[in-house]
Design a protein around this ligand. Structure first.
Ligand SMILES: Cc1ncc(COP(=O)(O)O)c(C=O)c1O
Length: 338
């Protein structure tokens, strides 16, 4: 594999400053109340096998530009939860979800229903059949009329910030947050509002083929976009933001950036092969774009200045996926090592 010198050429596809930025803790915690966050931590940290997400230093990357890392996937976690509670579970997936991911979901005893078309089609089919059969939907996308489960999901994401605040006393100046519908990013922001003493700059990261947050911030309204071709970052390939995340991120994100699929494989391999840190880190396709964006910002004087990123910055990058799709992970590793 090429040395870290090659990252000097990594670029962002788009970057956008949020002109409506105004981070107010009370505003954020109006959408996901503080008590939900407290209860989420109490409940999840008491689960058997609970382990806090480790905060790792990407010290080798730091020398070359700068951070830190953590795993998810909604359908799989719902299937896991259903098994734990002894409940029947049906997971709707689009045609783009790989067979490997489907197998992993089935391992928890869930029935997987494949729907032709994209994520939105699978969501619509889920809503239609659930209404018809009186099934309970556990969906992480909120609308004006469907808020509680997404709020609880976001409260779950906030735990990462609680865990991080226990592992470092250093002030974090910037957080790079991957977004699909924005739930993970907004959930982390609620954690920041509750647990961090000082508010870092929030940078939202998306695939350039699915930049619905960037477009919504740009137009200052929820924008539905057309995905012409699916990104390799499958979990982030969403065409419209979730309602509550939009309310939160429209005020709390300092800037939005988008990146192509080009450097995903390389970054996955670099993480695994200790090119970025002392530790070997297993990070899948959705764990890489935060790092790529950080490098991209460092290579872009204008946006770097806008978000005040410099040698004194202490940047947090959250990698929220391990080798969830084992087959794809192996392919990326092999491609990235060439
Ligand atoms: C690994 C991973 N990262 C990021 C995201 C994006 O999260 P959200 O859709 O809540 O923005 C997802 C969504 O499924 C994911 O699976």
């Amino acid at each position: 594999m090429k040395s870290l010198k090659s990252i000097k050429n990594w670029t962002l596809t788009k970057s956008l400053k949020n002109n409506n930025f105004s981070f107010k803790r009370n505003y954020v915690l109006r959408f996901v109340p503080s008590l939900l966050l407290t209860n989420a931590f109490k409940s999840i940290s008491s689960w058997k096998n609970y382990k806090p997400t480790p905060l790792l230093k990407l010290d080798k990357l730091q020398k070359n530009i700068i951070s830190s890392a953590t795993a998810g996937n909604h359908g799989r976690s719902v299937a896991w939860g259903a098994k734990r509670l002894g409940l029947k579970c049906k997971i709707f997936v689009s045609q783009y979800v790989s067979d490997t991911r489907v197998k992993e979901i089935k391992k928890f005893g869930a029935e997987v229903i494949r729907v032709k078309g994209d994520y939105e089609n699978s969501l619509n089919e889920c809503k239609k059949l659930s209404k018809k059969n009186n099934w309970k939907i556990v969906q992480d996308v909120s609308t004006k009329d469907y808020k509680l489960v997404p709020q609880l999901t976001m409260a779950g994401y906030s735990i990462m910030i609680k865990e991080i605040s226990k592992q470092t006393n250093q002030y974090i100046t910037h957080i790079f947050l991957q977004a699909g519908v924005g739930g993970m990013a907004a959930g982390v922001v609620t954690g920041v509002a509750k647990y961090f003493k000082r508010i870092p700059k929030i940078i939202i990261v998306e695939p350039d083929r699915a930049d619905c947050v960037l477009q919504s911030i740009k137009h200052n309204k929820l924008k539905k976009i057309k995905i012409k071709k699916e990104s390799i970052m499958g979990g982030m390939s969403c065409n419209e933001m979730s309602y509550i995340p939009w309310q939160i991120l429209k005020k709390t994100s300092n800037c939005c950036v988008s990146v192509s699929d080009r450097n995903i494989a390389k970054t996955v391999a670099m993480l695994k092969d200790k090119k970025l840190s002392k530790n070997s880190i297993i990070g899948g396709e959705c764990s890489a774009p935060g790092i790529i964006s950080l490098v991209g910002v460092c290579n872009d004087t204008k946006i770097k200045k806008i978000i005040e990123l410099n040698e004194n910055s202490n940047v947090l990058v959250i990698g929220c996926e391990g080798n969830a799709d084992v087959k794809l992970y192996k392919q990326l590793l092999s491609k990235g090592r060439k």
